[in-house]
Design a protein around this ligand. Structure first.
Ligand code: GAL
Length: 356
C-alpha cells in the first residue's frame, strides 16, 4: 500500500494497537508488529521465517518486529513456514493476497529461487532473501527489486575449523585412539541448507589447510535442533565412544545437544575433554564456552540480521538504494543488493564479544 493509503493504514494500526497492544494474529499465522514510532507506516512487509521455534530465528524475528514497532515506517507481518516448503509457499501466497509491498523470505525452497523471483516480479513486490543463500547473478538479473541479507557462511566454517586445528596442535592427547587423525562427528542442519553445507565444508578445509588429517566417524542431519543432536550423538557414542576426537556442529543448539550426550557418556568435568564447536553464539552457547564444555563458536548476530532487514526496507521506502552509509549497521558489508553480515569467533578468551 502506497503513500496515498498511509492515513488509512495508520488508522488501522492505531486500532490494532488499542485492541492488541501492538501485536495481533495475521492470516498467515504469525504476528504483526504495528507502528508505535513517530512516523506513519507507508508500507507492509510479509516475513516468512523458516521456523519460529529455531533459537537464532526467534532472536532475529524479535529484533525485526521490535524495529518495526519502534520506528513505524513499515508494518511487519510474519508467518512460520514450520520447516516445510508447502507451508512456505502457502504463506507467500497469503502475503501476496494481502497486498504486501515487501516479501522477506528466509527461504527453504532452494530449488525454486527463479520461480520465487518471477512471482515477486509479477506481483510487483520487493523481494528480500534473508538468512539464506544468495540468488545467482542471473537470478538477480531477472528483477531489479531483489535483495539479499545474510551472514557470510564461509567465515563461520573457517573460524570453527581453525579453532579446532589450534586445539589439536596444542593437545597431542586429543588423538584419543592414536591413529594420527582427527576423528570427528559432523552435525548438519536442515538438508541442503546453504549455511550447513558451507560451514561443514569450510571447517574441514581449515583443518586440511592446517595439515591435519581427518576422518569422519559419522555425519548426520539434526535440523539445527538440540534434541535431535543429543539423540544422534548418544547413539554414535554407544558404538564408537573411543574413536571420537571432536564434534563439529553447524550451530550451537546442536553443539549443546552433543555436549549433553557427551556428559551422559562420562565426558567433561572429571572425565575426558572432547572439543565441540558450534555456530551462532547463542546465550546458551556462550554459557557452555564459559563453563568450559564448548571450545569455540562463531557469532552469527540475529540482532544485526533483523535490524539490517528493517533498515534496508526503510532505505528502499525513501527511494534510495542501500549503501554502507545509509544502512550504517556495524558488522555488515553492503555490496550492491547484498548486505553481508560478518561472523566473530568466540572462545573463552572473548565471550564479551558475543553480547548483542
Ligand atoms: C543459521 C543459524 C542456525 C539456524 C539456521 C536457520 O544461520 O546458524 O542456527 O537458525 O540459520 O536457517
Amino acid at each position: 500500500m502506497k503513500k496515498a493509503l498511509s492515513l488509512l493504514v495508520a488508522f488501522a494500526m492505531a486500532l490494532s494497537l488499542v485492541a492488541c497492544g501492538g501485536s495481533d494474529s495475521s492470516a498467515a499465522g504469525g504476528s504483526s508488529a504495528a507502528a508505535s514510532g513517530s512516523g506513519e507506516a507507508t508500507a507492509t512487509a510479509g516475513v516468512c521465517w523458516y521456523n519460529f521455534g529455531d533459537t537464532f530465528i526467534a532472536n532475529a524475528r524479535n529484533t525485526l518486529n521490535e524495529a518495526a514497532a519502534a520506528d513505524g515506517t513499515i508494518k511487519v507481518v510474519d508467518a512460520d513456514s514450520l520447516n516445510d516448503v508447502a507451508t512456505q509457499t502457502s504463506n507467500i501466497n497469503n502475503f501476496y493476497t494481502q497486498g504486501v509491498d515487501y516479501l522477506v523470505l528466509n527461504n527453504i525452497n532452494n530449488n525454486a529461487i527463479a520461480e520465487i523471483i518471477e512471482q515477486a516480479k509479477e506481483e510487483g513486490v520487493t523481494l528480500i532473501f534473508a538468512n539464506t543463500n544468495s540468488p545467482t547473478d542471473e537470478e538477480f538479473a531477472m528483477y531489479d527489486k531483489v535483495y539479499h541479507v545474510s551472514s557470510v557462511a564461509e567465515q563461520s566454517g573457517t573460524i570453527i575449523g581453525e579453532a579446532l586445528a589450534k586445539y589439536w596442535n596444542e593437545h597431542p592427547e586429543a588423538d584419543r585412539n592414536g591413529n594420527g587423525k582427527l576423528d570427528y562427528i559432523m552435525l548438519l542442519g536442515i538438508q541442503g541448507h546453504y549455511d550447513t553445507e558451507v560451514r561443514s565444508a569450510n571447517s574441514l578445509k581449515a583443518l586440511e589447510d592446517a595439515g591435519i588429517e581427518t576422518e569422519c566417524v559419522q555425519e548426520t542431519i539434526c535440523n539445527y535442533q538440540r534434541a535431535e543432536a543429543q539423540n544422534q550423538v548418544a547413539s554414535i557414542l554407544q558404538a564408537r565412544k573411543d574413536d571420537i576426537d571432536a564434534v563439529i556442529a553447524c550451530n550451537d543448539d546442536m553443539a549443546l545437544g552433543a555436549i549433553e550426550a557427551l556428559k551422559a557418556a562420562g565426558f567433561f568435568g572429571e572425565g575426558e575433554y572432547i572439543p565441540v564447536v558450534g555456530v551462532d553464539a547463542t546465550a546458551n552457547g556462550v554459557e557452555a564456552i564459559k563453563e568450559g564444555t564448548m571450545l569455540c563458536t562463531a557469532l552469527n548476530n540475529p540482532v544485526t540480521l533483523g535490524n539490517s532487514v528493517y533498515k534496508l526496507m526503510t532505505v528502499l521506502e525513501k527511494g534510495e538504494e542501500p549503501t554502507q552509509e545509509n544502512i550504517g549497521i556495524d558488522g555488515t558489508t553492503v555490496e550492491g543488493h547484498h548486505i553481508y553480515i560478518n561472523y566473530v569467533g568466540i572462545t573463552a578468551d572473548n565471550t564479551e564479544d558475543a553480547a548483542y
